[in-house]
Design a protein around this ligand. Sequence first.
Ligand code: SF4
Length: 77
Amino acid sequence: MNNLTWRKRAACQGVDPDVFYPVSEEDADTAKAVCAQCPVREACLEYALAYRERDGVWGGATERERRRIVRQRRKTA
Ligand code: SF4
């Protein structure tokens, strides 16, 4: 997945990147609110899952939530 054109439409452009690297799961609400309005949320989440991004909020999902998604997909694969 090398096509990163979705990034040009990212709702987080111009938002302080620190918002997307919260210190705890509970701190992730601001980032999630931005992602919820993002037109490329799915592409962003799939990118993070494909490249195993470990840190930060991607596609509205925290690290813990992405690990859960990966586990669930393995189960249903
Ligand atoms: S889903 Fe969230 S992190 Fe991903 S591009 Fe959109 S706003 Fe940025």
